[in-house]
Design a protein around this ligand. Structure first.
Ligand code: SF4
Length: 513
């Protein structure tokens, strides 16, 4: 049982209040917490009879933009040491901000700051996301499992394989059905896996009828115990298109083996344009267009994402009438250049493997050189169109309209997000752009993610924002907030821009809002 699951087991939200216990009301679980202990999610504790958010509130310094420099904590009542000078480039993230529950209360921090002459307000809260999941992109040619196959963590169903993309396999994990619609164990395993994936920790996933994969955001996948090194340069046909000139006059025929589109240079348009001669080759598969073949094999962990280890198994009889002859040379290579072999036809027109010739080494190396490193990408997807909007404005739909109209800029821990078009606020963020350890959970189960809404102060007031709650950054640094936790400064990742002035100015000039 995981650490998280154990905490779920031991926690009893229904227990009666005992004199020395106090109630945390930051989520629907409503833990009663003894002095010196933390609640079920470990995010809040009882410190001397007061509910305290245990992690510091994180403030990004965009003047430093190192992503590494951390200024020492400032506890309640202490003076901020001024390490983050007032450059106008600080950003109060929601990491450690706390959640106000129920949501009709204003968000924990509503911060005003003038940046380059524009008065901006950032509304900061840790959102509880019952509707959330992750999309995982795994750069590999290898077949991980059939589309729609169930993906499991700790034996529980937590998602499924979805449509593959160019050079990558895709998983869709989490979502409200796995979090809340199955057994308790399924909800816990889903929450546990999502939390670890979002916090960039390795998670082992097994796919029904497929592979076991260790996924860690920003790291190469480990598939059935093997570390993946590189993603494909392209499909078999694209590889032929890219490298046909490299092979000209060095070999008579080239086959790029690929589970999706196997390419044959003598028949391919690229080969034809270069004057390649017919070779009488026969590929066992479904011919799509000249030199492009589908379904040469079953998907698997072999050459080019097929199940084959002997590439000759995709070849039929060679046809002398169409150009086959003894001595004809053949290169077979996979889409990553990791597998390659050289053959010559004997007097019976059977390919016989020969030592790999020096003259072809460079072209195979070029395929490898053109492959990008294989990585796992984890995107957190959450629906912020629900009740947390009420902590931003008294009229929640105004926030939705403002986000959709690009008048309000949304970030997760200071990282830019993609907001899906259409209704609601469905956002997507690359977890490697969010400061480490930013995600939490509550045992309902749901994920907790930092979320910030930044907009012009006049727009904020217009959409029904809590004007009386607006505070300055200096005041927040000096006094903190309701949850009494220390503040800490850290250099902002250089890839995360602040302020989003360009967008907000553009929106203002478009007259939206
Ligand atoms: S689970 Fe966490 S946030 Fe919810 S009541 Fe308990 S300590 Fe507070």
């Amino acid at each position: 049982m995981s650490e998280l699951a154990e905490r779920f087991e031991t926690h009893d939200p229904g227990e009666k209040q005992v004199a020395e216990k106090i109630r945390c009301d930051a989520c629907p679980v409503m833990c009663y917490i003894s002095d010196g202990r933390t609640g079920a999610c470990d995010r809040y504790g009882n410190v001397g009879g007061r509910i305290v958010r245990m992690d510091p509130l994180t403030i990004l310094d965009h003047a430093a933009e190192t992503g590494a420099v951390v200024v020492p904590f400032v506890a309640e009542g202490e003076e901020w040491d001024g390490e983050l000078v007032n450059t106008g480039r600080r950003f109060v993230t929601a990491i450690g901000a706390g959640t106000t529950y129920p949501d009709y209360k204003p968000a924990p921090f509503i911060v005003s700051q003038e940046v380059e002459g524009v008065d901006l307000v950032t509304v900061v809260t840790e959102g509880i996301f019952s509707y959330c999941g992750v999309k995982v992109k795994i750069d590999t040619d290898r077949h991980l499992g059939p589309e729609t196959a169930t993906v499991r963590a700790a034996g529980e169903a937590i998602g499924h394989v979805t449509t593959g993309e160019y050079g990558s396999q895709m998983l869709s994990l989490g979502g409200v059905h796995h979090l809340t619609g199955g057994s308790k164990a399924e909800g816990r395993a889903t929450c546990d896996a999502l939390l670890n994936l979002c916090n960039r920790k390795p998670v082992e996933l097994t796919i029904d009828g497929g592979a076991t994969v260790i996924v860690e955001a920003g790291k190469p996948p480990v598939i059935d115990g093997q570390l993946e090194h590189r993603m494909r340069v392209g499909c078999g046909s694209a590889t032929i298109g890219m490298f046909a000139t490299q092979w000209r006059d060095l070999v008579d025929e080239v086959v790029v083996v690929d589970d999706h589109i196997t390419g044959v240079v003598s028949e391919h348009q690229a080969g034809k344009v270069l004057g390649w001669q017919d070779t009488g080759i026969k590929i066992i598969g479904r011919r799509s267009t000249p030199g492009r073949y589908f379904k040469v094999s079953e998907p698997g962990l072999g050459w080019g994402g097929t199940s084959i280890s002997d590439p000759l198994s995709i070849l039929g009889e060679w046809n002398a009438k169409k150009g086959a002859r003894p001595g004809l040379s053949l290169l077979m290579v996979s889409t990553t250049g990791e597998q390659f072999a050289y053959y010559e036809l004997d007097d019976e027109l059977k390919p016989v493997q020969k030592p790999f010739p020096e003259r072809l080494q460079k072209s195979v190396g070029l395929i490898e050189d053109n492959c990008e490193p294989a990585l796992c990408t984890v995107l957190f997807v959450g629906g912020a169109g629900g009740s947390l909007r009420a902590g931003v404005t008294e009229n929640p739909v105004n926030l939705t309209r403002s986000v959709q109209g690009l008048t309000t800029y949304v970030t997760v821990g200071g990282a830019p997000v993609y907001v899906w078009p259409g209704g609601g606020i469905t956002l997507m963020v690359d977890v490697t752009r969010v400061p480490e350890g930013a995600f939490g959970y509550v045992p309902t189960p749901a994920l907790v993610a930092p979320i910030e809404f930044t907009l012009r102060r006049d727009d904020y007031v217009r959409l029904g924002g809590y004007e009386a709650e607006i505070r300055s950054v200096d005041d927040i640094l000096a006094k903190g907030g309701e949850y009494l936790n220390p503040r800490r400064g850290t250099g902002a990742p250089a890839s995360n821009p602040w302020p989003p002035l360009a967008q907000l100015r553009r929106a203002a000039s478009n007259g939206s809002g």
